[in-house]
Design a protein around this ligand. Sequence first.
Ligand SMILES: *Cc1c(COP(=O)(O)O)cnc(C)c1O
Length: 231
Amino acid sequence: MAAMGDDTDAEVIDNYRAVRRRLEAALGDAGRPTGSAVLVAVSKTQPAERIRPLLAAGHRVFGENRVQEAKAKWPALKAAFPDAELHLIGPLQTNKVREAAALFDVIETLDRPRLAEALSQEFARHGRRPLCLVQVNTGREPQKAGIPPEEVAGFVADCRGRWAIEPAGLMCIPPADQDPAPHFALLRELALRHGLPLLSMGMSADYGEAVKHGATHVRIGTAIFGERDYG
Ligand SMILES: *Cc1c(COP(=O)(O)O)cnc(C)c1O
């Protein structure tokens, strides 16, 4: 791996600007207003030194998939950039709910009743209340987290009624080996049906398609930071 420094920083910023341009072009093609989809820069596995230049360049919204990793990187970054907005995009264990509620601004992976209950208890105890998106398993994949499409109505009703959580929207990760378009269409249809404004869908490979289907948030890692190095 090349040494970190000005060159890799410049590359990340170049990639970021290119993604922003492509995102705006996709919005234009879809007849949507400029800036109507939020770019969530997925910084999982990236060290803080690689994230900082993007913050310095003015970007504010980031996604992380692990609570422990985010806890190691983000308190210092948030101290330096207090208006940074951090999204949790990976599974949340109930024993990490307290840490997650303290650190994240948006939890995109509300994916089961037990977690809704734990979040509800945590929100009642403490003031901080991140926005929550319900993760939907649009492909009904057994190994993937999320509420199956046919259970979304019941789950959203329980969030509102039993757990006093108003979901801000829906999130999905379509099956890797399928055309994502029907999954994006399904997610939008579910969001409309249940009066949920936010739609987090689309990653590096398919965010243009997601924008056509009304994504309000696209989660982009590789196209900005390059291939992840899991070491
Ligand atoms: C890693 C990840 C992304 C980003 O994927 P890229 O293909 O690198 O853009 C988006 N969403 C979730 C849930 C992820 O875990």
